[in-house]
Design a protein around this ligand. Structure first.
Ligand SMILES: Nc1ncnc2c1ncn2[C@@H]1O[C@H](COP(=O)(O)OP(=O)(O)O)[C@@H](O)[C@H]1O
Ligand code: SF4
Ligand SMILES: [Mg+2]
Length: 318
């Protein structure tokens, strides 16, 4: 396994975040998640719906506070007021992320007003440059969001994020709502931009193929926990966690992990439900679904430990 090079831009240290469900049960959105990300690299975060990917992005972006844990940016505790421009986010639904009453030019001018000292003329030119940078044309500045296709609108959102000249781009399922061919075009764009602008990225996706294309390293999440991590995505076949194997072999990423005992409520005995709920609190997060689970798995949570250089895994038997 090859180890990462370069300065560390972002360190996420043992972040936990618990919400309350409507039934007032704890939802462990993040459980002691930690990783570091070097400048110019892209971390792919994969895991099924509900495993905590968006919560992770929101916590890193400072939109939400973690219950415990720390975010370090360039080696210092992240002060989100200071690093607002350095850290930008692109969301899944671009239509929800833009003001539909503003023309594209105005949407892009806003961050330039907030984060740069450019004058009006310079801003105008910069808007045109940004549009071209993301594969649109300068004339598109006069259009409203509804006049763009989904893919074009996502390009506007990427351009808006880039307007602030960020170092770190958080991409939360940026391709999920688009057609496959449009996804491929946007992946190419992101890949070019990453190289050209030396961007550091966190790409969240449930699409392992997309992640493989863009990311340099990979973090696999399940039930709010990081279950496996590799520094070099080219070593993807060396992943051994039972959940990751399932993803790799079956490409099954669409199902909801849900909370302990909820998904199978109807068919489980009370005893088994309590056992599973306990395992979700204290044992391995994957114990309820793992074909290799043994008694220990339900009682003790495995930590993410280094199996070999550049490969960490959370499994008692990994
Ligand atoms: N504001 C919230 N209140 C209650 N539960 C939440 C909230 N946000 C997220 N969750 C729950 O936290 C878990 C992780 O959610 P999320 O981070 O959105 O997962 P993902 O992005 O991987 O689909 C899910 O079970 C989700 O229902
Ligand atoms: S610790 Fe046990 S339940 Fe968890 S992944 Fe490993 S074998 Fe499966
Ligand atoms: Mg999400």
């Amino acid at each position: 396994m090859r180890e990462a090079q370069g300065n560390t831009l972002l360190e996420v240290k043992n972040i936990s975040k618990t919400y309350q469900s409507r039934k007032r049960q704890p939802v462990y959105a993040l459980r002691e998640v930690g990783f570091s990300l070097q400048e110019g690299r892209c971390l792919g975060v994969v895991g099924e719906s509900g495993c905590g990917k968006s919560t992770l992005c929101r916590v890193i972006a400072g939109i939400e506070k973690p219950d415990v844990g720390e975010i370090l940016y360039q080696g210092e505790p992240a002060d989100h007021r200071k690093i607002r421009s350095s850290l930008q986010m692109v969301f899944q639904n671009s239509m929800d992320a833009v003001n539909i009453h503003l023309k594209a030019g105005k949407i892009l001018a806003e961050p330039l007003e907030n984060f740069t000292s450019l004058n009006r003329n310079q801003r105008e030119q910069e808007v045109e440059r940004l549009l071209e940078l993301v594969g649109l044309s300068a004339e598109d500045k006069a259009k409203y969001p509804r006049q763009f296709s989904g893919g074009q609108l996502q390009r506007i959102c990427i351009a808006r994020a880039l307007a602030a000249e960020p170092k770190l781009l958080l991409l939360d399922e940026p391709l999920s709502s688009l057609d496959v061919s449009v996804q491929a075009q946007l992946l190419n764009l992101l890949s070019d931009l990453k190289k050209e602008l030396h961007l550091t990225c966190l790409l969240v996706s449930h699409d392992l193929e997309a992640v493989y294309y863009l990311a340099d390293k990979l973090l696999v999440m399940y039930g709010g926990a990081a279950v496996e991590e590799i520094e070099d995505i080219r070593d993807i076949c060396a992943l051994t966690h039972p959940y990751t194997r399932r993803l790799l072999e079956a490409g099954e990423l669409e199902t909801e992990s849900g909370e302990a005992g909820q998904k199978d409520e109807g068919i489980l005995t009370e005893e088994k439900r309590e056992y599973l709920a306990a395992s979700f609190r204290e044992g391995c997060v994957y114990a309820g679904h793992c074909p290799r689970a043994e008694r220990k798995c339900f009682l003790e949570r495995p930590g993410l430990v280094e199996r070999e250089a550049g490969h960490r895994i959370a499994c008692h038997f990994g």
